[in-house]
Ligand binder design. Structure first.
Ligand SMILES: [Zn+2]
Length: 134
C-alpha cells in the first residue's frame, strides 16, 4: 500500500487513511471502504473516498457544502451519458473542451464549488439547447 501525504485544505492538518465507518458510523454502506479523513474530524468536517485497491484518494478533501456540490455536478454530468446520448468517455471529452482543462484534471472529485457550478450550468444548457435545436 502506497502512503500518500495529504493535507486538509481547510485547516492544514494531515489527512489520515481511515475506514468509512469513522465518517458514517453505522450508516456506512460499506464500513471498510477507505477514506482520507482530516485528523481534526469531526471538528473539521473534511474527507474524500479512496480507491480500495490502491488507497489513492479519488479527489481532494471536501467539506459538507463542497461534497453536496460535487454530488450535484456528478448527477448533472451523468445525465449526458447515462441515457446513451454519448459514451462516458465522450462526455468527459466534451466537459474537458468546455472547461478547457487537460484530461488528468477533468475529475469532478477534484473540482472546487465554482467548477461544480460550471459543470451543473454547462450540463443543464446542453439539454436546453438540444431541445431548442430539435
Ligand atoms: Zn481539516
Amino acid at each position: 500500500m502506497k502512503r500518500v501525504n495529504i493535507k486538509c485544505p481547510y485547516c492544514g492538518s494531515r489527512a489520515l487513511l481511515r475506514s468509512a465507518s469513522v465518517v458514517y458510523g453505522k450508516r456506512a454502506a460499506d464500513p471498510s471502504a477507505p477514506y482520507y479523513v482530516c485528523a481534526h474530524f469531526p471538528a473539521c468536517d473534511s474527507y474524500v473516498a479512496a480507491h480500495r485497491r490502491t488507497c489513492l484518494p479519488m479527489g481532494t478533501l471536501a467539506n459538507g457544502p463542497l461534497r453536496r456540490k460535487r454530488i450535484q455536478a456528478h448527477a448533472a454530468f451523468n445525465r449526458l451519458w447515462e441515457n446513451g446520448l454519448m459514451s462516458k468517455k465522450q462526455a468527459y471529452l466534451w466537459l474537458q473542451a468546455k472547461l478547457d482543462l487537460p484530461e488528468q484534471e477533468t475529475h469532478i472529485g477534484r473540482f472546487s464549488e465554482f467548477r461544480c457550478e460550471q459543470v451543473i450550468r454547462l450540463c443543464g444548457s446542453f439539454f436546453t439547447t438540444g431541445k431548442r435545436a430539435a
